[in-house]
Design a protein around this ligand. Structure first.
Ligand SMILES: Cc1cc2nc3c(=O)[nH]c(=O)nc-3n(C[C@H](O)[C@H](O)[C@H](O)COP(=O)(O)O)c2cc1C
Length: 236
């Protein structure tokens, strides 16, 4: 299995979200032979999209900007599984990750003016054959729950990929992953992500129940609130 990880956290290797992603990768490695490559967006010199739309016209399917993304398109096409891993920033994705996403425009089919009722479908068709490819989006946020907090991001991915065409693993209380004394709780939580990785490696469906458990708070709200407040007070 060819796995491409896009680490979109500005923290790079120190990312809370990457801890969950690495647990998924552990599960994948346990269940299948996998070639895994992780790209760290903050270390990539990605020129933001120019908005020229050439990739839908004169140079259809190809971007006029020749930078690191030229290789990334190849890597995406060669991957069986793409995992996007990033924190929630102001209810969306961090800026560099958005630049990365914008630069994926050449992978989408040219928009020709149809006005359709979308429902659960994506707004754009892929330009290239993406059948058999899987997308998993993993994200942590600072808030104590994921309901509503992720609504705009979910909408964005639904419009880009189509609802149900990707697996979303969104985790609240993300900063708890950076607290070493919470190791027992963190390890138990990471196991849920590893179990998901095992299924992904086997090419099996991840149940709604497992996805729901992957979005539960790590700590009960009272303990979480105490830790958050203690932290901010220690900063004064
Ligand atoms: C600029 C900025 C914006 C953020 N916006 C949100 C937000 O809208 N909702 C939220 O719950 N957490 C928000 N957070 C908290 C991060 O999502 C959280 O700390 C996350 O676990 C960081 O993940 P990382 O270590 O993988 O980068 C924000 C943090 C920063 C720095």
């Amino acid at each position: 299995m060819n796995v491409l990880v896009i680490n979109g956290s500005p923290k790079g290797e120190r990312s809370n979200t990457l801890k969950l992603t690495n647990a998924v990768l552990e599960g994948i490695k346990e269940s299948t032979d996998a070639h895994i490559e992780t790209l760290t967006v903050k270390d990539m010199d990605i020129t933001p999209c120019l908005g020229c739309m050439s990739c839908w016209g004169q140079t259809a399917g190809s971007c006029v900007i020749k930078d690191v993304m030229t290789d990334v398109y190849e890597k995406i096409m060669a991957a069986d599984l793409v995992i996007e891993s990033f924190p929630l920033f102001f209810f969306g994705m961090p800026g560099p990750m958005k630049s990365f996403t914008d630069r994926c425009m050449p992978l989408m089919e040219t928009y020709r003016g149809d006005v359709k009722t979308i429902g659960d479908d994506a707004f754009h068709e892929p330009r290239f054959d993406m059948s058999g490819k899987k997308l998993v989006v993993i994200s942590t946020c600072g808030y104590g729950r994921t309901e509503e907090i992720y609504d705009s991001l979910i909408k964005e991915y639904n419009f880009i990929c189509g609802a149900g065409k990707y697996t979303a693993l969104f985790c609240p209380e993300g900063e708890m992953f950076a607290i070493p004394p919470l190791k027992p709780q963190i390890d138990a939580y990471l196991k849920r992500y590893k179990d998901i990785g095992v299924l992904l490696g086997k090419g099996e469906e991840v149940s709604e129940e497992m996805i729901k458990k992957a979005s539960e708070p790590i700590l009960p709200n009272r303990a979480f609130k105490t830790l958050v407040n203690n932290y901010w007070e220690s900063c004064n």
